[in-house]
Design a binder for this molecule. Structure first.
Ligand code: 13P
Length: 255
């Protein structure tokens, strides 16, 4: 049975020292039982990755980056390559977060290209999808997510799908305190799983981990994580507080 994954996306927050402090506090406070039953991942900023990797050694907590280039090493000023991330100790990389799509112009094609590069470089992509408030109100959210999934997963093989995680993050729920209801999230997860099953067959559809993200906190994590078909959470603001993040991790195992 697949374990739930609780991932913290620290976004552009915390200096190196603050990242080290938070990582240390998470390692110290994470419930031992939860770390066996649940997978835990933190995604600090690039400059904190190496230091955090050292602190996470033997903790059972995994490390990921928030973005990467779809290019190999070379003359791409300001970019970070997949090989740099694996060398820094990353196992995962978040791809196509809505903030990357909105502020940095990442299209489904770029998301696809980055995801393919991650997979061929030994990194597991967490591919983010989700609709804006306008798209939900216009009732085109399923079509938007369908396009993000079909274009984002183009060319990814059956075999590679075992390393792919999808994160459904409705844009209107990110950083707003407005989370999707457990039913809204569960319905969208079912829809996304149907799309993956349609493309890859039901075995891969059932096995693919689909996370929910958007204003997950210590209070609402339990009901969201136990709504049907939700395999974990991608947590933003609440992942910046060790105690709250650890409470969310515990909620993944409590029934
Ligand atoms: P918040 O949990 O702060 O809403 O952010 C969610 C998110 O964007 C995680 O990637």
């Amino acid at each position: 049975m697949k374990k739930k994954l609780i991932a913290g996306n620290w976004k552009m927050n915390l200096t190196l020292n603050a990242s080290i402090e938070l990582t240390g506090n998470i390692v110290k406070n994470v419930p031992k039982k939860s770390i066996i039953e649940t997978e835990v991942l933190i995604c600090p900023t690039f400059i904190a990755l190496s230091a955090c990797s050292t602190l996470l050694k033997d903790s059972g907590i995994m490390l990921g980056a928030q973005n990467m280039s779809d290019k190999d090493d070379g003359a791409y000023t300001g970019e970070i390559s997949a090989s740099m991330l694996t060398a820094a100790g990353c196992e995962f990389v978040i791809i196509g977060h809505s903030e990357r799509r909105k502020y940095f112009g990442e299209t489904n094609q770029i998301v696809n290209s980055k995801s393919l590069k991650a997979l061929t470089s030994g990194l597991k992509p967490i591919i983010c999808v989700g609709e804006t408030l306008q798209e939900r109100e216009d009732e085109i959210y399923e079509a938007i997510v369908e396009k993000q999934i079909s274009e984002g997963l183009a060319g990814i093989s059956d075999e590679q799908m075992s390393d792919v995680t999808i994160a459904y993050e409705p844009v209107w729920a990110i950083g707003t305190g407005l989370n999707a209801t457990p039913k809204q999230a569960s319905d969208m997860h079912k829809f996304i799983r149907g799309l993956i099953s349609g493309k890859y067959g039901s075995e891969i559809g059932n096995e693919t981990r689909i996370l929910y993200g958007g204003s997950v906190n210590a209070k609402n994590a339990g009901e969201i994580l136990h709504a049907g078909g939700i395999d974990g959470a991608l947590v933003g603001g609440a992942a910046l507080k060790a105690e709250e993040f650890c409470t969310i991790i515990s909620s993944a195992t409590e029934k």
